[in-house]
Write a protein that binds this ligand. Structure first.
Ligand code: SF4
Length: 717
């Protein structure tokens, strides 16, 4: 039994939803019915992400913890079985596939919803013991481009800023992010700071007029995909105005001349940039001047930058501007990518992506492979990158991957070309799905189902967008048969004969992860949390939120990185990247005239398995809609409120039915559809099935902001 279920004491934990990572205080109010415990949820006033505030999703989280729809027992081929039976089946099949086809014939596909400890164990098992790096995560769909952008510029995946910088800045440029809806507490912090300091300016760069624009002094409604042109233009303008920090450039960076040359040739002419970005010269000039005149500047960016076939270049175009002006590592300054999921950042720390090793190490460096291998005493250490998400499901489709374990995510809905993912899983010899819910589009595809614990029932840590590690704590018991993901992974590992998976608690896993981060750290890796490697179980239980690195030099954590102008490249200098802007790969034509942009609603989370339970949240939008500009609707002879069908240029066999929302917030020539609805909620279809599997060649992140569709009246079908 859970002690916390017996007490009225408030438990401090972290919100299960977005990457803001707000602290919560939960009080169990009535646990007389274990499958529908009543709790009170308040914001944690001591948490540095939110200081007591919660958005509507977070404050409704207590309404989502009943057991309705939960998976209640392990199942093999549709029949309820014991845990022993199910775990043996998984271990035996994985071993048989490895023996017959090799280590790369198996894969794990995990999630930014996993706790860091789960993520750590999954990576250790796949990369160190099974011996393949075929483990990727749904965070690939959300922030992989930002990761590569940081690595190219700084030599490591390191977010330099703190949320506090958003309050200290004089200029915030929000690029490709509807912060008001997707990261509401960050937006509220910016809004409150702007109220206190009206001289603070906010610029929103977004093809849509979103709720975030309510705060904007300037909204640049750029043509979709032209962000890199805009930021190359700024760099060129700053150089021409002698507004670069040449002393900083000389001391702390490399490659400025080449990056500037590229920017000047391609985007040196303001008229040309204005035309290409679909802005007026006056708008552009106003933006350039704001950037020139405000040293304290934060660029806040998210999926609109990352979900692109050139998302890495876009993020480096933004970072170039900060390096050219020395606006990094100081209060109120820096390029700041925000993560979508609650633990996308924690996954990055333990090597959650197929092209990473734990503790910010890489397969590209043989010493790193050796370090991790020796620390784990790994018998079969993987030697090279594994398959990124889109390629992984393609390999399933091609029959190269014969067994896949999907943990805590719903790729049949969320992957691009989602219909192809469904077909691939149908063909796969063994699909194992760990999930807390019995019925999702992905659990339907499973040969083996493993019931997982979920938020409120699990213990561990998560890391939010500004590197703050926070505890998620258990305050209720899950269904009898549900088990933590790390436990499931360890059980399979032991059945496959591997040592090193006999953890007795999550605290033990956390200590090992912290110890690896500082193992033989010769100064080349300064992101360690080695100061936490020996914490007691009690200290782990009481761990306060802290920003990594947490080590000898920073025992209490670190607010901003690169304050000393030293970076993690071989030369210790940050790298400018010359950017040649690319347009999105999908192009509209007369038959398919609309760019399809997808994204989040204010009150829903992912595929609504949790938020869909709450009447209050469903009241915001209770059905799938497609936003379209009035002139486009008139041209298509469509009326506001009618049902329409969206058909994709490359996925013509699939269609999505949605209700038309005619609004001048939407730019002409493009439509917007929220990504939450699935077949579980309506027969409307799943919009990610219309997104082609086109990815950034460096990050592997899909171009989910730029599919191409036609929109027809539903009646005509
Ligand atoms: Fe939760 Fe994000 Fe809302 Fe904070 S902003 S309460 S983390 S959903």
């Amino acid at each position: 039994t859970s002690l916390s279920c017996q007490t009225k004491e408030a438990i401090q934990t972290t919100c299960p939803y977005c990457g803001v990572g707000c602290g919560m205080q939960i009080t169990v109010q009535d646990n007389s019915n274990p499958s529908a415990v009543k709790v009170k949820v308040l914001g944690d006033k001591s948490h540095p992400a939110n200081f007591g505030k919660l958005c509507v999703k977070g404050s409704s989280a207590g309404e989502t913890i009943d057991f309705a729809g939960r998976m209640l027992s392990p199942q093999v081929n549709g029949e309820a079985v014991s845990w022993n039976h199910a775990l043996d089946a998984v271990a035996d099949k994985f071993q048989q596939v490895i023996d017959q086809y090799g280590r790369d014939a198996v894969a794990f596909y995990v999630s930014g919803q996993l706790l860091t400890e789960d993520y750590y164990v999954a990576n250790k098992l796949m990369k160190g013991f099974i011996g393949s790096a075929n483990i990727d995560t749904n965070s690939r769909l959300c922030m992989a481009s930002a990761v590569v952008g940081y690595k190219r510029a700084f030599g490591a995946d390191a977010v330099p800023c703190s949320y506090e910088d958003l309050e200290l800045a004089d200029l915030i440029v929000i690029i490709g992010s509807n912060t008001a809806w997707a990261h509401p507490i960050v937006y509220q912090r910016i809004a409150a700071a702007k109220k206190q300091r009206p001289q603070m300016k906010v610029v929103v760069v977004d093809p849509r007029r979103t709720a975030t624009c309510d705060l904007a002094d300037l909204h640049l409604q750029i043509a979709p995909g032209t962000d890199a042109m805009l930021f190359n233009g700024v760099l060129s303008y700053l150089a021409q105005q002698q507004a670069c920090d040449f002393s900083y450039i000389k001391q702390h960076t490399e490659g400025f001349d080449k990056a500037l040359q590229h920017a000047q040739i391609l985007q040196g002419d303001m008229n040309r940039v204005a035309k290409d970005c679909a802005l007026s010269v006056a708008e552009l000039e106003q933006f350039y001047q704001l950037v020139r005149d405000n040293q304290k500047m934060v660029s806040l960016y998210s999926q609109g930058v990352n979900q692109s076939s050139s998302g890495v270049d876009k993020s480096n175009a933004i970072i170039n501007l900060h390096l050219a002006t020395g606006r990094i590592g100081k209060e109120g300054m820096g390029p700041f990518s925000i993560t979508g999921q609650p633990n996308a950042m924690g996954g990055r720390e333990v090597g959650g992506l197929a092209n990473q090793l734990a503790a910010h190490m890489d397969f590209a460096n043989p010493e790193h492979i050796d370090t991790v291998s020796r620390f784990w005493q790994a018998p079969n250490m993987a030697q090279q990158n594994g398959l990124k998400a889109v390629d992984m499901f393609q390999a399933v489709n091609d029959g190269k991957i014969k067994a896949i374990w999907i943990i805590n995510t719903n790729p049949v809905v969320s992957m691009p070309d989602a219909q192809a993912v469904r077909e691939a899983l149908q063909k796969c010899e063994m699909v194992v799905v760990s999930d807390c819910m019995q019925c999702t589009d992905t659990t339907e595809m499973a040969d083996v189902l493993l019931p997982a614990l979920t938020w409120g029932e699990i213990d561990g840590t998560v890391t939010n967008s500004d590197r703050t590690i926070s505890r998620q704590r258990r305050f209720i018991n899950g269904p009898n048969q549900a088990r933590a993901d790390w436990w499931q992974l360890c059980q399979v590992a032991q059945r496959m004969g591997f040592a090193g998976f006999d953890y007795r608690s999550v605290a033990g896993i956390f200590r090992e992860h912290a110890a690896l981060s500082g193992f033989e750290n010769n100064g080349q890796r300064d992101f360690d949390i080695s100061a936490l490697a020996r914490i007691s179980d009690e200290d782990y239980q009481n761990l306060k939120p802290m920003q990594w690195p947490i080590n000898q030099a920073n025992p209490q954590g670190c607010k901003r990185l690169f304050a000393d102008g030293k970076f993690y490249t071989a030369s210790g200098k940050a790298q400018f990247i010359p950017i040649t802007p690319q347009l999105p790969r999908n192009r509209t034509d007369s038959e398919f005239p609309f760019v399809l942009n997808t994204g989040r609603l204010r009150d829903q989370w992912h595929t609504m398995t949790r938020t869909g339970k709450t009447a209050k949240l469903m009241a915001h939008r209770d059905e799938i809609t497609v936003a379209m500009h009035p002139q486009d609707a008139e041209k298509q002879n469509l009326q506001n409120g009618q049902l329409v069908v969206l058909l994709g240029k490359t996925q013509q066999a699939y269609r999505v039915i949605a209700r038309l929302d005619v609004t001048d917030q939407q730019a002409k020539g493009s439509v917007f559809v929220p990504m939450h609805w699935t077949r579980q909620f309506a027969s409307a279809g799943n919009v990610d099935a219309l997104i082609p599997a086109i990815t950034d060649p460096l990050s592997g992140q899909p171009e989910s902001k730029h599919a191409v569709v036609k929109v027809e009246p539903f009646d005509a079908q």
